[in-house]
Write a protein that binds this ligand. Structure first.
Ligand SMILES: [Zn+2]
Length: 216
């Protein structure tokens, strides 16, 4: 977490005060949980309990002054947290898994569909082999053979269609879960099927402006 404070609009916490610099200070949380306040070479300085600092660990009860007179409300600043880079990074796994699953469903179904479509066509051939073994074909066997020859393709089309109809259902379930998981970590807006990398290039949420990627 890092919150930039200053007069410029690109700060996370914008302060409108003539003695506050454009990029005045930043507040971050250290891995141990402590709050660290840093002055960003401001013109009029940053003060903690009336002592000028460049970098200091603070608690929300400390009095922080920017420049001549602006008292910074630490709990308000903490509410303006806008760095969602860690949460956003976790979405990459969700996207990759979704694509992987989708391809898996599609290709396994494609294989089964083809199998079901072509399998019944093999039947007339099998019947022919049976005839061969039996020597002379009787009219009953000829009848069966003709029946199978007509039915097999129909059967293939039916089974193939039935199998391919399973795809939408499975894909729908997958897409529904994806819509729940692949959302902006701050405002919850579904991020569409855009690849994670394309979103990362945007660096922030178009809806809520949460920062996804922090430029160092
Ligand atoms: Zn958002």
């Amino acid at each position: 977490m890092r919150i930039k404070i200053g007069k410029a609009n690109d700060n996370d916490y914008v302060v409108n005060n003539p003695y506050v610099s454009r990029h005045h200070a930043q507040l971050s949380r250290e891995p141990g949980g402590c709050l660290l306040l840093e002055d960003l070479d401001s013109a009029n300085g940053t003060f903690v309990n009336e002592i000028q600092i460049m970098k200091k660990r603070i608690t929300p009860t400390d009095t922080v002054r920017l420049g001549g007179a602006f008292i910074l409300n630490i709990s308000e600043v903490l509410k303006s947290r806008n760095d969602y880079s860690n949460e956003f990074a976790a979405l990459k796994v969700i996207y990759d898994t979704y694509i992987e699953q989708k391809i898996k469903i599609q290709s396994s179904n494609q294989f089964k569909t083809r199998l079901f479509q072509s399998l019944p066509f093999a039947l007339p051939g099998v019947i022919g082999v049976v005839f061969g073994f039996m020597g002379k074909g009787s009219s009953t066997l000829l009848g069966i053979s003709l029946f199978v020859a007509v039915c097999a393709p129909t059967m293939g089309i039916y089974l193939g269609a039935k199998q391919s109809a399973k795809i939408p259902r499975q894909l729908q379930d997958l897409a529904n879960q994806f819509k729940i998981d692949y959302v902006c970590p701050k405002c919850g807006t579904f991020l569409g099927e855009l690849p994670w990398e394309s979103l990362a290039n945007k660096k922030q949420c178009p809806s809520c402006k949460a920062k996804w990627v922090i430029d160092e």
